[in-house]
Design a binder for this molecule. Structure first.
Ligand SMILES: NC(=O)N[C@@H](CC(=O)O)C(=O)O
Ligand SMILES: [Zn+2]
Ligand SMILES: [Zn+2]
Length: 429
């Protein structure tokens, strides 16, 4: 295995340091000279522990026209990720041990990022019967995160049972919080003054908030862990803040798009901006940023949701929900949080690596960049400005909401257990 010498990276608290990487681990930190190693010049780059995404849609099996494990893994490596949690809403659904092992193995054979399957809460995401949670947990894939994402576990009784079950092996339920009775099936955006003006049916923020409120109470009752996927409203933040103050075991994630893009993007009826939960008003965005900065929101997760052209390029009301996220996530966080001084790089390391790894129980990720630790490393040039072009994406899909926008920061290299998966912006297949 090649030995790499990362020269002069900004190592957060420790200032400028060299990192010697050999046999998959960090073998030396400090001033390293005269070794037989391939040098990665990291002058001006910030070194972060490899990023971990709690919420990725890889679409394989079933929708390989939108994304495959291979293309999604390449997008992940390009975005600085060393591990992604793959959502269960594939076809077939990841609701058995065999299905989970298949996704796990596909990820390992690609080798660009550790793909950790998320198991469905209910069989077929139908919301009726619990899936084989225990078998998935005991499988080779060692599933710890369960979600019906795309759908809400709206039956309170099923949610209670799921929380009780995952508690027995230290798992967590990641909830797509959306009360179906408050979110009409024809709704396609945030319900508010703008949706009225645009003539688009919307659903209100409270559809999310009532489920967040219910689920933190179920977490308290069961003594189990609940994770709130893609939190998007100020009201949800309020509930999570209160629940944490009560010692309830709740964690929450926010997406890059909900941190940056507001409802005004919808004025051209561009279906690229159709997503679930919907883009929200600027006041919600301000609260989400504050909550991420003060730790009420624990993690940034992409909800990378690739869609093929024939599903996405329709009139707004008919287009599929979802947008890409893996390649721009760190740039967006840099642009809207770090550069304006709302967040330090230490906090970014926590929100995009350490904490998501802990939530998902991934012990080999989210480790400090220190002697003897696995060499999962992301190098970012924090001051480069980049004009995003959706044609450059490593994803198979082109529903990139940052197309034509200028973002600050460029992921330079990613190392997975000492092997570069991205080197000077080139994915290393
Ligand atoms: N976020 C989305 O708009 N879509 C996701 C499902 C989901 O995350 O709820 C998808 O699978 O396409
Ligand atoms: Zn969702
Ligand atoms: Zn999702």
């Amino acid at each position: 295995m090649t030995t790499y010498l990362i020269k002069g990276a900004d190592l957060l608290g420790a200032g400028r340091q060299d990192l010697l990487v050999t046999d998959g681990v960090i073998a030396e930190v400090g001033t390293v000279t005269a070794v037989d190693a391939t040098v990665i010049d990291a002058d001006g780059l910030v070194a972060l522990p490899g990023l971990v995404d709690l919420h990725t849609h890889l679409r394989e099996p079933g929708r390989e026209d939108a994304e495959t494990v291979a293309t999604g893994s390449a997008a992940a490596a390009a975005g600085g990720f060393t591990a992604v949690l793959a959502m269960a809403n594939t076809s077939p659904v990841t609701d058995t041990a065999e299905a989970a092992e298949r996704v796990f193995d596909l990820g390992r054979s690609c080798g660009l990022v550790d793909v950790q399957p998320i198991g469905a809460v209910s069989k077929g995401l139908a919301g009726e019967e619990l899936a084989e949670l225990g078998l998935m947990a005991r499988s080779r894939a060692a599933v710890r995160v369960f979600s019906d994402d795309g759908k809400c576990v709206h039956d309170a009784r099923l949610m209670r049972r799921a929380l009780e079950y995952v508690k027995t092996f230290g798992g967590v339920v990641s909830q797509h919080a959306q009360e179906p009775r408050l979110a009409d099936s024809s709704a396609c955006c945030h319900e508010g003054e703008l949706s009225g003006r645009l003539g688009l049916p919307g659903w209100p923020g409270v559809a999310e908030e009532v489920i967040v409120a219910r689920d933190v109470m179920l977490a308290r009752h069961t003594g189990s862990r609940v994770h709130i996927a893609h939190v998007s409203t100020a009201g949800s933040v309020e509930v999570v803040r209160w629940a944490k103050s009560q010692g309830i075991a709740v964690t929450a994630e926010v997406t890059p798009h909900h941190l940056m893009l507001d409802t005004t993007r919808l004025t051209d009826y561009d279906p690229t901006f159709k997503v679930n939960p919907p883009l929200r008003p600027a006041e919600d965005i301000a609260e989400l940023r504050k909550a991420l900065a003060d730790g009420t929101i624990d993690a940034v997760a992409t909800d990378h949701a690739p869609h093929a052209r024939h599903d996405k390029e329709h009139a707004f009301a008919e287009a599929a929900f979802g947008m890409l996220g893996l390649e721009q996530a760190l740039q967006v966080v840099n642009t809207v949080m770090v550069q304006p001084g709302l967040m330090s790089w230490e906090q970014v390391a926590a929100a995009m690596s350490t904490t998501p790894a802990r939530i998902a129980g991934l012990t080999g990720h989210g480790r400090p960049l220190a002697l003897g630790e696995p060499a999962n490393i992301t190098l970012i040039d924090p001051s480069a400005t980049v004009e995003v072009d959706r044609a450059d994406s490593r994803s198979l899909s082109r529903n990139n909401p940052w197309h034509d926008m200028t973002l600050t920061g460029r992921v330079h290299s990613t190392l997975l257990r000492g092997r570069p998966t991205l080197l000077d912006q080139e994915v290393q297949q």
